[in-house]
Design a protein around this ligand. Structure first.
Ligand code: UDP
Length: 322
């Protein structure tokens, strides 16, 4: 197959490109390098089945050409990272909504190409039910519009609505995937992501910065588990028109994560706590807990996230050390 990956020079996109090339597919990627990087795809450039376009998905003419030329699309291009969204609210909203519309409209017009849309667990918003895990059909609970963080949740939810509308009205084969804190080599901590930030801080013996009181939890999922599942969701015909949580359901608090990172890297870093308003901005709201219920995805494809948090930390540290 010939596959287009938008955001293909990003952390997830570049790993996905690599996996698809290994399966003998042809892969085209487009990326504007807003959070992606050429380093991520350097090792793929000599592969004859790989082409890359450093451009924006807002370029309709180019997108038409790329979509016409492919059999299926992984739409990963988006403004991501809590810090990035807060620092670039306008661009984030425009890319996340306008870009997705361009992808879906052209995938629909140019031959009903299957589109896997990368969404996010952020769409669930605040978890009001303690440690309860999220099911795809759960309600969304969001804060007020003056808090920029929630715009990310809204833009990705609107992407989901758009994808489902194209499916219902135009019979476009789409699949929506809600990702839960994907981690691993090539992820940068520059845009807020906590795990690479802690690992980098620990390796350089700088303070490990836990925001808030550190009791908030997340579920970290290793990149190869995510890439394998994305590939299977594309291959499985029954996934069309469905929404799936994709994550490792094992939670860990940021306090525990900081301690683990410090121990596994043999660091002498201090662990410090920074108030949210200092780390982000006044009025910032965090999600207290975020855990996926993965019973649905397991009914459709073989999915057993196998890489533990210790292993994720070790492999991320090895990557930074290299
Ligand atoms: N966080 C932290 N220290 C950092 C960066 C993030 O304690 O240096 C916290 C953040 O406040 C959140 C969690 O780590 O509670 C996960 O943050 P991230 O931005 O990685 O992803 P999120 O799940 O919030 O989208």
């Amino acid at each position: 197959m010939k596959i287009l990956i938008t955001g293909g020079a990003g952390f997830i996109g570049s790993h996905l490109a690599e996996a698809l090339l290994e399966k003998s597919h042809k892969v085209n990627i487009i990326d504007n390098l807003s959070t992606g990087s050429m380093d991520n795809i350097e090792h793929l450039k000599n592969n004859k089945r790989f082409s890359y376009y450093i451009d924006t998905i807002m370029d309709v003419k180019l997108m038409k050409k790329l979509i016409k030329d492919c059999d299926a699309v992984f739409h990963l291009a988006a403004a991501v990272g809590v810090k990035y969204i807060i620092d670039n609210p306008l661009e984030s909203i425009k890319t996340n909504i306008g870009g997705t519309e361009i992808v879906l409209e052209n995938a629909s017009r140019l031959g009903k190409k299957k589109v896997i849309l990368a969404s996010t667990s952020e769409v669930y918003g605040k978890n009001m039910d303690g440690l309860k895990s999220f099911k795809e059909t759960d309600d969304r609970v969001l804060g007020t519009t003056t808090i920029p963080r929630w715009s990310y949740s809204c833009t990705k939810a609107l992407d989901e609505f758009l994808a489902l509308a194209y499916y219902r009205e135009k019979k476009l084969p789409i699949v929506v995937v809600r990702l839960f804190n994907t981690c691993g080599p090539r992820q940068t901590g520059r845009y807020g992501m906590v795990l690479p930030r802690f690992v980098k801080q620990a390796l350089s013996n700088r303070p490990i910065t836990v925001y808030g009181d550190g009791s908030q939890t997340r579920c970290f999922t290793y990149i190869s588990d995510v890439v394998g599942a994305l590939d299977s969701l594309m291959d499985c015909e029954k996934t069309v028109g469905e929404i799936f949580n994709l994550g490792n359901p094992q939670p860990i608090s940021m306090n525990e994560l900081a301690k683990k990172v410090k121990r596994l890297t043999g660091s002498i870093s201090k662990i410090i706590h920074i108030p949210y308003e200092e780390a982000y901005e006044k009025g910032f709201e965090d999600m207290k807990h975020r855990q996926p219920d993965i019973s649905k995805i397991k009914r459709f494809i073989k999915f057993n996230p196998s890489v533990s948090i210790d292993e994720i930390i070790k492999r991320t540290a090895e990557y930074f050390e290299r």
